[in-house]
Design a protein around this ligand. Structure first.
Ligand SMILES: Nc1nc2c(c(=O)[nH]1)N[C@H]1C(S)=C(S)[C@@H](COP(=O)(O)OP(=O)(O)OC[C@H]3O[C@@H](n4cnc5c(N)ncnc54)[C@H](O)[C@@H]3O)O[C@H]1N2
Ligand code: MOO
Length: 395
């Protein structure tokens, strides 16, 4: 068995580059930009009114004028108007262009309007108050988002503002998620007393969605010949196969043998950790990667979060956020294994505090569902105090 650190190194060493592809902007969240996003106009593109109210000329105000006849209304979406008489005002709406001849916006709350005349009840104004000046946020031609960034919803908004409905992104791997085991039935089936529903593949596919990956789901029965045939087809089409179950020592844990017959190079099988000890990782002659997660739900989940994501982020050239958190109470764990404790996370006096979730085994999917993070307690000791910070991955 290898250590967690060795396993992570071996996983990260299998970098893959799947090229680039064009995607619809609304399908791009979670992808990595493969082009710079350039401002096709300034931000904001014009002097933008930021309060509903009136626009005046500051010279009139300085000369002592406090009542302004309303010449008209400048709405958002209307071409720029001009204040004809600088002793007058125009009503202006948030998002409108600041009318020519005006340089101060006074909100309605500071005016009283009677019979088409706005009287202001303030004694001081400053030039360009309540105006978001053209080009303050960026100039035309500036790079707004650099290639290599992970696309967030706010970035989607900015790309839309830049006039692109399709963009170039790094192609994500094609992923198959395979549940194994004769005990598994479909979600909408009623299980017999000896059966369970196949929840791990749903958990994995949901986790992959957050990375922008839309995986396909398969169920492999505990029959080595059928498994071999199905995996032959699957591994000819997908870049990565995530399997759950059938990797430990049981009589029906056929996966290691079947993968061996597919000529998989086993990069490792077994990590000194809990959960997820029998994790099997390998690559096929056609470079397809195999993540054989142990079937217990917490094992599948933790191995996905720690190892698959480490590999994915490394391949995409982005960093997986590493945080540190303190235990909420002293903790002891006797086996010489790294314990990936499922935790809830709180914040106290500038520190992240991780509280281990009481859980029975790695088969406990009920308490797994409460986890907000994974706190990794190293294998080299058995007692863990509250004054040392440990690696935390938020899930
Ligand atoms: N003699 C030994 N037995 C076991 C060892 C060992 O080292 N020696 N390791 C234990 C550990 S640790 C784990 S973790 C499990 C992993 O076993 P497998 O990867 O072979 O998984 P299965 O036996 O197929 O299933 C384990 C458990 O998980 C349930 N399961 C499987 N797939 C799904 C799914 N898609 N959705 C929901 N639940 C699933 C399955 O029914 C079993 O209850 O092995 C220990 N044994
Ligand atoms: O890998 Mo197992 O997860 O310790 O139950």
């Amino acid at each position: 068995m290898i250590s967690v650190e060795e396993a992570l190194q071996l996983v990260r060493a299998q970098i893959r580059d799947y090229g680039t592809e064009e995607v619809e902007l609304l399908q791009s969240t979670g992808h990595i930009l493969a082009q710079d996003i350039v401002a096709d106009r300034a931000y904001p593109p014009f002097n933008r009114v930021t309060m509903d109210g009136i626009a005046i000329n500051s010279k009139a105000f300085s000369a002592g004028r406090r009542s302004f006849k309303i010449e008209g209304v400048q709405a958002a979406g209307q071409p720029q108007q001009t204040l004809v008489d600088t002793d007058n005002c125009l009503e202006v709406m948030t998002g409108a262009m600041l009318p020519l001849g005006t340089d101060v916006v006074i909100p309605y709350e500071q005016c009283e309007i009677v019979d088409g005349v706005a009287t202001v009840n303030i004694e001081e104004v400053s030039t360009l108050q309540n105006v978001h000046l053209e080009g303050t946020d960026s100039k035309q031609g500036d790079i707004l988002v650099q290639s290599g960034h992970k696309i967030t919803p706010a970035i989607v908004g900015l790309i839309a503002a830049s006039g692109l409905s399709k963009i170039l992104v790094k192609r994500l791997p094609k992923v198959a998620v395979c549940a194994t085991g004769d005990e598994l039935v479909e979600v909408d089936e009623q299980p017999l007393p000896h059966q369970i529903r196949q929840s791990n593949s749903y958990m994995l596919i949901a986790a992959l969605h957050a990375e922008g990956i839309h995986a396909q789901r398969y169920h492999l029965r505990d029959d080595p010949q059928v498994m071999l045939e199905e995996l032959t087809t699957i591994t000819n089409y997908y870049d990565v196969v995530l399997l759950s179950g059938a990797v430990s020592k049981g009589k029906f844990d056929h996966l290691p043998n079947v993968l061996n017959r597919l000529k998989m190079e086993a990069i490792f099988h077994g990590i000194a950790q809990r959960p997820g000890k029998p994790f099997l990782f390998g690559k096929l002659p056609n470079e397809v990667l195999i993540f054989g997660f142990p079937g217990n739900p917490a094992s599948t989940f933790v191995c996905y979060q720690l190892y698959f994501k480490a590999w994915l982020y490394q391949s995409l050239g982005i960093s997986l956020p590493v945080m540190k958190a303190f235990l909420s109470r002293p903790f002891s764990f006797k086996p010489n294994l790294t314990l990936h404790a499922l935790v809830t996370i709180t914040y106290n006096e500038g520190k992240l505090i991780a509280t281990p979730i009481e859980t029975s085994t790695s088969g406990d999917m009920v308490n797994l569902a409460l986890a907000q993070g994974i706190l990794s307690l190293p294998a080299d000791r058995n007692e863990f105090t509250t004054d040392e910070a440990f690696d935390l991955q938020v899930v």
